[in-house]
Design a protein around this ligand. Structure first.
Ligand code: ADP
Ligand code: MG
Length: 698
């Protein structure tokens, strides 16, 4: 390998790979040797200790060695292949329920094998589908499934088909000479290596794939966790450093007359948290450095109002303000709300979404391209299309978690140096917010308006449907309204719509035939959607059957019941968002999670968490726990960092270390020009270039 040791080295020529496997790996983004090295094991099992066969206990994970005394196919309810092994002290049977003929050929009586797996007791000690090694002559010192700490790699169907399993990965990594690989040479400066007691990078790669003992493995794991966090933190440190040094933004100095007027006529008092956040935003807007703030606030905490007030400041300073939301329905709703809020203030409010077409669209474009101060509300069509803003001073991005960070980049690419306020209802702990949203300043609305009553949340099985309908009838007879949400059936909107449509048919002709039932989903025409929403707002429709389109933002305060069908199919954050659609007034509200009787363990946990807590912070943390970091923040397109091994929740301490080190480093050497940062500089340019495009560190 020494002659080919560069990261472009085609994987197919590596021992154990070949063209077919290389193709499969490439499909999963593993194209270079470097990618492969960074395909880390998902777990390890310590199989250094071989247990004698007279010392077995049921349910223990162990490794044993023995000679095959008997082997064959046994005809039972399901045919199986078995071998019986003995080590002179005891015996154990191993069974396989598939590939019988394969195993029949594989194992020969008289041969030694090692088996690893969980011990069961079934008319004697047994292992089902154990890991195995056939221990031929000379192999005893060099086998892959026993006698070591064994790495296990994630597999998927396509990997399996190509024979890429943990065993093959172990073999592949066994044949790589880590010490000769240039691209995994150390890049941390010596002073950090010493400060954090890091093992060398090449050594760490070797230990992560071929661990020698638990101590070395721990060191390798620590190093890569630190490295994962460090990459991110150095990027954030650089972003922050360079953002602060470019005072390109707008200064909103003028006192906003209309803001004051608006404030005076509000029918309620702002919460203390809202006031605090408003002060922070005003402060930012007054400065010439562009505002770059994240506003976190649980569902119903009143973020829209903050958005409206911030927009008034921009307007009164002679600029345009845009509010971007993730769905058309939400855009329409915000448009309606904002217009109502501002009815007496003589402010031009415009709505621009993808489905506004033709003459109307041309007219709107013309409006927006003028420099007239105005509020523009829309979906991301606003920045994706060729809208040429002439005096955009403020951009507010609502429900950020649905957008991803990258869209911010899009704004900047368009040369928009407006102040940016990003709002999210996915509250996450502050340290994590720093990790996720990085260089943004963070404001938190940590209190709900005072008139809110807790929402009673219950979990009911499908066989209680009748009782649920009766209960809903009662509330509706008392003048209240209800949502019934049908879930994503699969990853396609079409099926989603089908479920809701069928639910609508059933409810409107069955249990609720005396009532007005409405249907709302993303595939309806705009006018239809608007009509339904209007009717629902006026209580001309009592029950709104919907897909998850109502998840974000929708605000109808007379609705007191949220019935979620197949609640087991939703994630925690989504359930919490949906629940946030009720409990928006002084009336008592209910959230009913309806599921079949048999649902998985994790789904059960989600249901329980929902019934136990209504605090978005707690729910978000539990959600993170259940789903893990990558999933929590959505797919790659969210622009969130993907860690190979680090977990910002469990490894928070390491995160803090990396953060501190990275920020100190950038403070001292903002362009990474000093000699001991050269390799680091190099690594950042090559590894992180996609994320670093906004920064020039040359
Ligand atoms: P969020 O977007 O944070 O989920 P909204 O902005 O939709 O929440 O606000 C929820 C509801 O609470 C709206 O009807 C809004 O008018 C109302 N509201 C906002 N602030 C207050 C307040 N301080 N007191 C009472 N009601 C408020
Ligand atoms: Mg909102």
């Amino acid at each position: 390998m020494s002659t080919e040791n560069n990261q472009e080295y085609p994987l197919q020529f590596l021992k154990g790979i070949g063209p077919k496997r290389a193709q499969v790996l490439a499909r999963y983004g593993i194209e270079t040797l470097y990618d492969l090295l960074n395909y880390f094991p998902r777990k390890y099992i310590d199989r250094r200790h071989i247990v004698p066969l007279d010392a077995l206990h049921p349910e223990e994970e162990v490794t044993v060695i023995g000679k095959i005394e008997a082997a064959g196919v046994r005809r039972t309810r399901r045919n199986l292949f078995y071998i019986t092994i003995s080590d002179g002290k005891g015996i154990l049977e191993a069974v396989w329920f598939h590939s019988l003929s394969y195993f029949k050929k594989l194992f020969n009586i008289g041969e030694w094998v090692s088996l690893s797996g969980k011990v069961k007791f079934y008319r004697g000690y047994q292992m089902v589908h154990p890991q195995y090694d056939r221990l031929g002559e000379g192999e005893i010192d060099n086998f892959f499934n026993t006698g070591k700490i064994l790495p296990f790699y994630s597999e998927n169907e396509n990997f399996k088909k190509a024979g890429l399993n943990s065993f093959t990965f172990r073999k592949i990594f066994f044949h790589i000479s880590f010490s000769e690989l240039d691209e995994i040479r150390e890049f941390f400066p010596d002073y950090l290596i010493i400060k954090r007691n890091l093992i060398n990078r090449q050594e760490a790669y070797m230990q992560i794939h071929n661990p020698q003992d638990p101590e070395q493995l721990d060191k390798a794991v620590y190093r890569f966790k630190y490295e994962d966090f460090f990459y991110l933190q150095i990027m954030l440190a650089l972003q922050r450093m360079h953002a602060k040094s470019q005072p390109l933004g707008t200064t909103f100095n003028k006192k906003s007359r209309r803001l004051e007027q608006f404030y005076r006529t509000l029918p309620f008092e702002l919460t203390e948290a809202q006031k605090k956040v408003m002060r922070e935003i005003r402060q930012d807007m007054r400065q010439s450095a562009p505002m770059n703030r994240l506003l976190q606030g649980d569902v119903g905490s009143g973020k829209t109002l903050i958005a409206v007030m911030a927009m008034l400041i921009a307007i009164d300073n002679g600029y345009q303000a845009a509010l971007m939301v993730p769905t058309e329905i939400l855009a329409e709703q915000h448009f309606y709300t904002v217009k109502t809020f501002l009815a007496n203030l003589d402010i031009n409010v415009n709505l621009l979404t993808g489905s506004i077409k033709g003459e109307q669209r041309r007219f709107l474009m013309h409006e927006i391209q003028s420099i007239e101060p105005q509020i523009i509300i829309g979906t991301h069509a606003l920045i994706q299309e060729s809208v040429d803003f002439k005096s955009l001073g403020l951009v507010i991005i609502d429900e950020q978690h649905r957008f991803g960070v990258m869209q911010r980049g899009l704004l900047m690419e368009k040369g928009i140096h407006a102040d940016v306020l990003v709002m999210t209802a996915t509250p996450i702990p502050r340290t994590l917010a720093m990790t996720a949203y990085g260089s943004l300043d963070v404001s938190v609305i940590d209190e709900l308006p005072a008139n809110r009553k807790p929402i009673t949340t219950v979990w009911r099985f499908d066989n209680k449907a009748q009782e649920i309908y009766t209960f809903i009838m009662e509330r509706i007879n008392a003048g209240e309204q209800a949502y019934v949400v049908y879930p994503l059936v699969e990853e396609t909107e079409k099926l989603d719509v089908k479920a809701a449509t069928e639910g609508f048919e059933f409810l409107s002709t069955g249990p609720f035939r005396q009532l007005k039932v409405g249907l709302l989903h993303g595939r309806m025409r705009n006018e239809e959607k608007e009509q339904v929403m209007r009717a629902f707002l006026k209580n001309e429709i009592q029950i709104l059957v919907a897909t998850t389109v109502i998840e974000v933002g929708v605000d109808v305060s007379n609705v007191t019941i949220m019935l979620i069908e197949h609640a087991e199919r939703f994630g925690l954050s989504q359930l919490h968002q949906l629940r946030g659609r009720v409990g928006r007034s002084h009336k008592k509200s209910y959230c009913i999670l309806k599921t079949p009787y048999n649902i998985g363990d994790i789904a059960q946990k989600r249901m329980r968490i929902m019934t136990e807590s209504q605090d978005g912070f707690i729910i978000a943390e539990k959600d993170l726990d259940l789903r893990g970091w990558g999933d929590f923040f959505g797919t790659k397109q969210s622009g969130m960092p993907e860690f190979r091994i680090a977990n910002p929740i469990k490894d928070r301490e390491i995160l803090e270390q990396a953060r501190q080190d990275a920020f100190e480093l950038v403070q001292q050497d903002p362009y990474l020009r000093s000699e001991h940062h050269l390799r680091l500089n190099n690594i950042i340019r090559t590894q992180l270039k996609d994320r670093m495009e906004l920064i020039n560190i040359s």
